[in-house]
Design a binder for this molecule. Structure first.
Ligand code: NI
Length: 255
């Protein structure tokens, strides 16, 4: 059994066949799917999808790309969604200096506000980082109660992984990139990450693993991520499914 810890199945890319996609995931052994919000609308849609499907859970938050476009009212409404029993975390939130759809200043402000919301409610966080470790790590290291969450779609070096792991309750999310032949850093991280800190994800509809690379991704393909990690670690795919499902339960505590 597997858990896809990072998906966007509530988004329009799945409007035509969402039911079939979720069914295929179940057939592939994917027992739970976490639908991740990137703004108010997709956070609400994630919570609504969790109402509809027993195996879907949700997170709520504003992605750094949307830091500038999110209105004050939307940002202030997001915490209300956490009253929903299947909303498990805040995010995805963080910093993205690769695309810079929002200015770093706006990104940092909205990130800080959400970190506070999560801390107030004692909820874990889903962190998006792209080319921003130098700013994200000091922010997480300075949190009063320590960071409690996942570095989703981790693509950094083993050294950066160790800095993240020094934050005692931070997990490493590995996605489809690990199946790409040239992703040497991700291969190394997948080998080295301690078994009790690893999560698997698809980040669908993006970043499909080989052999679907370039096509729409979906939760069923998380199995390919688990298979590649098992191969890199010299273990079985069942073992990867087991440990990552236990880690998911430890971090997100789904009911
Ligand atoms: Ni994502």
């Amino acid at each position: 059994m597997f858990i896809d810890s990072h998906t966007h199945i509530q988004m329009s890319q799945f409007d035509k066949d969402r039911r079939a996609v979720i069914r295929r995931a179940g057939k592939a052994g994917v027992e739970k799917i976490l639908a991740i919000g990137i703004d108010y609308e997709t956070s609400l849609a994630a919570a609504e999808l969790a109402d509809e499907y027993h195996n879907v859970y949700a997170t709520v938050g504003v992605h750094p790309h949307n830091a500038e476009s999110a209105t004050r009212a939307e940002l202030l409404d997001i915490p209300n969604l956490t009253q929903h029993p299947k909303v498990l975390a805040f995010g995805e939130m963080g910093l993205d200096y690769y695309r810079n759809h929002s200015t770093p200043k706006a990104q940092k402000k909205v990130f800080a506000e959400q970190l506070e919301m999560a801390a107030d409610r004692g909820m874990p966080i889903v962190i998006h980082n792209r080319e921003a470790y130098h700013d994200i790590l000091p922010i997480l290291e300075a949190l009063d109660d320590g960071a409690f969450g996942v570095m989703h779609c981790f693509t950094g070096s083993v050294a950066l992984m160790h800095r993240c792991l020094a934050l005692e309750n931070v997990y490493i999310g590995i996605g489809g990139i690990v199946t790409y032949p040239k992703a040497i850093d991700v291969h190394a991280v997948a080998r080295e990450v301690p078994a009790d800190r690893l999560l698997i994800e698809t980040d669908c509809p993006w970043l499909a693993p080989q052999p679907w690379r370039g096509k729409r991704n979906e939760p069923a393909y998380v199995r390919a991520v688990a298979e590649k990690i098992a191969e890199l670690r010299g273990t079985t795919v069942a073992e990867i499914g087991k440990i990552t499902s236990e880690n998911f339960a430890a971090l997100f505590a789904p009911k």
